[in-house]
Design a protein around this ligand. Sequence first.
Ligand SMILES: [Zn+2]
Length: 357
Amino acid sequence: MTIRMNRRSFINRVGLATAGLAAPGGVVPLHGADRPLSAFKNWIWTGLDERSTPDQQKRRFESYREAGIQAVLFSGVDARVFALAKEQGLETHAWTWTLCRGDKDLLEQHADWYGVSRSGESTANKPPYVGYYHFLCPSREEVGDHLARLFAGIAETPNLDGVHLDYIRYPDVILPVALWKQYNLVQNEELPPFDFCYCAVCRAAFKKQSGIDPLELPDPPADAAWRQYRYDTVTRLVNRLADVIHQQGKQATAAVFPTPGIARKLVRQDWARWNLDAVLPMTYHSFYNEQIGWIEQSVKEGVTALPPGRPLYAGLHLPDFKTDAEFDQAVRGALAGGAKGVALFGGLRNIRTATGL
Ligand SMILES: [Zn+2]
């Protein structure tokens, strides 16, 4: 991941800050006077950059701090890199693939652990949409056991503050609307090749619970109990993994689809019910053909659905912002909607002036 730091715009922003958007010391959040300051933080998703020297890492982490970042989501695990980030006062989180796992040994030895579509195809050998979409079935005990061991191992890493779950969901039964063209699809309804999971374990478990095999439902997408069954399988798995992470004294967070409604509809995530320390919804307006103002509304929906006090950090997709003014509008919208900060995906931008952190 490259860091794009526009020096001129950074200086302009420092100018803005001194014009009164941030108090001296820069610690007055726009909407945070009544909330504990510690809950406010901004995040960035990035690689370990293991080949960088400690000096280079130090400069990189300093640039994050200068830009207003307090927490780093690393796509990888390395206690030495985490130590260097912590030396610069940053929180360290291990961004981790959860149900989408194309591990060679799993695919070879446990092909039966993978999800099966309504058209009978397994993600082990026929992943939907893209080659890496090998999604495990969340109903299987063995999958839960495997992931619990994996996450316990990650959570034990020294100098790590938290474990972050991504791809904790079913494959998209409906893609975000802006992506339909790319895949040459029209998904106004749940189509069988993208609807999961109809493996033997799921079918038997739902039949035990409801008396009917989901494949025999007259209209599976219209069946509320069958939808709920799938929300519950993901929720149970998340809560199990959160317990494992918490046992190591670490924070458990997740990347989720932008609003509770969209998340349930597209990927069966009922994330407001998950026992996490925080959620980071991917409020990527461009994926839904929306304007920047949509971010505030989406954040508001999430905050309203979550238990009181549970922090939400709005994920922003940096390539979507053509100017710093657009980016500032997004950050301010997120905070106005009740977010406790933003999470940057796809690069670095200075967020100090907009957040006051
Ligand atoms: Zn299944």
